[in-house]
Design a protein around this ligand. Sequence first.
Ligand code: CP
Length: 306
Amino acid sequence: MGAKLKHFIESQQLNKPLIDSLFKTARSFDFNSEYDVLKGKIVALLFYEQSSRTSNSFKSAAQRLGAKIIGTENAKEFSSVAKGESLEDTIRVFGGFAHGIVLRHSEEGSAKRAAEVSRRPIINAGDGRGQHPTQALLDIYTIKQEIGRLDDFSIAFVGDLAYGRTVRSLCYLLGKFDGVDITFVSPENLRIGTDIKDYLTRHGVNFKESTKLDEVLPKADIVYVTRIQKERMAIEDYEKARGLYVINQKNLGLVRREARVMHPLPHVEEIDLPVKIEETDERIAYFRQAENGMYVRMALLSHMLR
Ligand code: CP
């Protein structure tokens, strides 16, 4: 097993032995069973930004492991932050209440700031346009489950690659595997950042940018689609980018039978498929991906808080 994580702030912290160990643990959990791995522990969830999947999969994960949960959904409005309390003070206070803190915040770098003052493990559940490392972990878990390997595969990232933190975190993680081939497909104003490109170059990962989705889809093992992050950009940028790259019934026909379409969700207009196709087409993996998040977060909580 890899070294124990004290805090989990960015996906680069993971290494292959730790990933293997977490995946083994994640696979051991069964939907209908209860566990007492974290009996007697309390997990605090502090969400300063909206969430459905991350907050509730962490809640479900903690409770399934026997832990109790505290915290607040809309921390910006319903915590003492509304009275002007700093993030650092909130984290120091919650360290007296809980054994670990799961934090989502709209500011990039907030999870790192929290970790610097926290006596309890901090898990970054998304920090602005920075990172979403538990999403990256569940994403590679899903890739492994769906296509059976994490080396020697091709992945097309489609959509908002400038503000989508899940793509950033996943690229950092893919840098740890061999033979990964990446194609970035995005509107001109939402291209992948040079920091990610530099990282991939340093780690010997093959990547290119393309504007031709129809040429990219037939070659990809994984098509990873992202929502245009309207909330993080000027309205003109959003209007310029929306609707340019959409997965619909016509171009789904270009995706190979054994390939998979993933999405961190929520999806809006960038996926334009009938519910029936989403439910029956094996290539559509994003709802399985969301469920995987719970098992992966169970494994992570077991690893960090036991
Ligand atoms: N994928 C994801 O982070 O979803 P939520 O914003 O609903 O947590």
